[in-house]
Design a protein around this ligand. Structure first.
Ligand SMILES: Cc1cc2nc3c(=O)[nH]c(=O)nc-3n(C[C@H](O)[C@H](O)[C@H](O)COP(=O)(O)O)c2cc1C
Ligand code: SF4
Length: 508
């Protein structure tokens, strides 16, 4: 008997380890030999722990599983109350275009043989046959833009590092993933770590970098363990080290663990942290691409940006670019969370409307109440009302609505949400997480929190003051923490003015 039970942190939080132990114990009790594969999650968090049993008709899913449901897996499984049928056939899975996440949930994350059998390493093999300029041109042609939040074209960043002259260059993978409602980086690292390793090696070939770092937040112990194990396996297999696949190109990867600060996801803060310094933002210029880690040319890319590169090389830039809309090319792993019926990861071409995502895919609010607002793009993203549900998911499209897509996390709120409290939360978050380098953010966020408290007490004269302060933070902050905190604050104020009204308390 072969059973897949996710090692993914979300599945583990919901009881996957206990279910795995129960499967082992039940098999021993019945004398049935069992092989348990700890795979990544398919991304349907409401069905976790989602167990799959290999049958003559393929992998049959069961979820959400409890320990009490385990004995039933050894009987007539068709009659099992948690039976879901084949996971690949579930509507959530069938609706997706899985390019970056094609193997997540499917393979044993630490089996290089399974990785290769499912298309892994074919991108790297192709890249090894190209020169640096050719690799950079392919990434540029794909239209790939940074998935960490800023949406900067990956090809241009790689070109800058590739053309810089230096004795050492670096690839830094940003796996800090601090945005609320986001988990794509974690899921990818836990479920298909070799894809990230392959993407980083290709980045090394493109730029002449010989060393890579993966900077992972300490709150991700499973991802840290899986990435470390995958790097060791890759080194043993000759993928990493002095001669990548015997090509003569040197590239190795080191895993580094961040101590936990939102601002350490900002690339220059991250570089300081990586150098053992305090995580404080550096002024730009110089760009990290020219003077990054230890003053050397450095590519800093998000996990998903790098993990998408192998698919681009395997399938071709034109294939990838064909998906999407406008200047948002390819696919995006949406991370749907908050008050929703169906939360999880959904990879799709850019272009679905916010309404399609929230109403059709996420099934509306778990509470059964109407959706009031959706915060898109993490703690620096705007709150979007239903009136903006026609907005297609794309970088420019959300910017046009006073927002951003960030790392593609969506947090859904029902009509019981108090948007003044959410605006206060945004300001307070900024005050707590500010690195302190610049005044508009360090002082402004504290004053902003106080000003919202005044509005909450019925002081309507504080509303223009808040607007003024937001404009100052937007224009005068050194990085996007102070510069974008006005997005959630001002969108809450603009779209939900009743929640800021001095009459509110009287009405309540
Ligand atoms: C306050 C702040 C936090 C950030 N956090 C992250 C993060 O957790 N992960 C990430 O990839 N990018 C984060 N970024 C964006 C990075 O600075 C940078 O743009 C990104 O790592 C570049 O990679 P990409 O081009 O592949 O997106 C953050 C930016 C700011 C201002
Ligand atoms: S905006 Fe805030 S986090 Fe960014 S540099 Fe200024 S003080 Fe630091």
């Amino acid at each position: 008997m072969k059973v897949y039970i996710p090692l993914d942190s979300a599945a583990v939080a919901l009881g996957a380890d206990e279910v795995a132990a129960a499967v082992q114990a039940e098999a021993a009790r019945r004398g049935v030999p069992v092989e348990i594969v700890r795979n990544g999650s398919h991304g349907m968090v409401w069905l976790e722990p989602l167990v799959e049993v290999v049958t003559g008709a393929g992998r049959v899913g069961f979820g959400p599983m409890t320990v009490a449901d385990v004995p039933g897996l050894f009987g007539d499984i068709a009659a099992h109350p948690r039976a879901l049928g084949q996971v690949a056939e579930l509507p959530w899975m069938k609706g997706q275009t899985r390019l970056t996440f094609a193997r997540v949930g499917v393979i044993d994350p630490l089996s290089l043989a399974e990785y290769e059998a499912q298309g892994g390493l074919s991108g790297l093999r192709r890249a090894l046959g190209m020169d640096k300029a050719g690799i950079v041109a392919e990434v540029t042609a794909s239209g790939l833009r940074g998935r960490g939040g800023a949406g900067f074209p990956t090809g241009i960043k790689w070109k800058t590092v590739s053309e810089a002259v230096a004795d050492r260059k670096y690839i830094v993978c940003n796996a800090d993933e601090g945005d609320s409602a986001t988990f794509a980086d974690r899921m990818l690292m836990e479920g298909d770590p070799f894809t990230l390793i392959e993407g980083m090696i290709i980045a090394g070939l493109a730029t002449g970098a010989t060393k890579g770092f993966v900077y992972i937040r300490s709150e991700y112990p499973v991802a840290i363990r899986v990435m470390q194990a995958a790097c060791d396996l890759a080194r043993d297999a000759g993928l990493l080290g002095a001669s990548v696949m015997g090509s003569g190109h040197r590239f190795d990867i080191e895993i580094r663990v961040g101590a936990g600060a939102y601002v350490c996801g900002e690339e220059t803060s991250l570089l300081n942290s990586l150098e053992g310094k305090r995580g404080v933002v550096r002024a730009k210029p110089p760009l990290p691409a020219l003077e990054g880690f230890m003053g050397k040319p450095t590519v800093v890319n998000n996990v998903i940006s790098l993990a998408t590169v192998p698919a681009i090389f395997e399938k071709g830039a034109a294939y990838y670019k064909d998906f999407g809309l406008g200047r948002s090319r390819g696919t995006i792993p949406l991370q749907i969370a908050g008050n929703v019926r169906f939360g999880g990861l959904y990879e799709t071409a850019f272009g679905l409307t916010l309404g399609q995502i929230v109403d059709d895919i996420a099934g509306g609010c778990a509470s059964g109440r109407p959706v009031k607002a959706v915060q898109v793009g993490g703690p620096l993203g705007a709150y979007h009302p239903r009136a903006q549900f026609d907005t297609p998911f794309g970088y420019e499209e959300f910017a046009g609505q006073g927002g951003l897509i960030g790392h593609a996390g969506l947090t859904v709120f029902d009509d019981s949400a108090d948007m003044l409290k959410q605006a206060r939360f945004a300001m307070e978050f900024c005050a707590i997480e500010s690195c302190g380098k610049c005044t508009p953010c360090r002082i402004g966020a504290v004053r902003g929190t106080e000003t919202i408290d005044r509005i909450a007490k019925g002081d309507a004269a504080a509303i223009p003051l808040l607007t003024d302060l937001c404009n100052t933070m937007k224009a005068g902050s050194l990085c996007a923490l102070g510069g974008f905190t006005p997005y959630p604050v001002m969108s809450a104020l603009t779209h939900f003015p009743d929640d800021f009204s001095p009459m509110k308390e009287a009405a309540e």
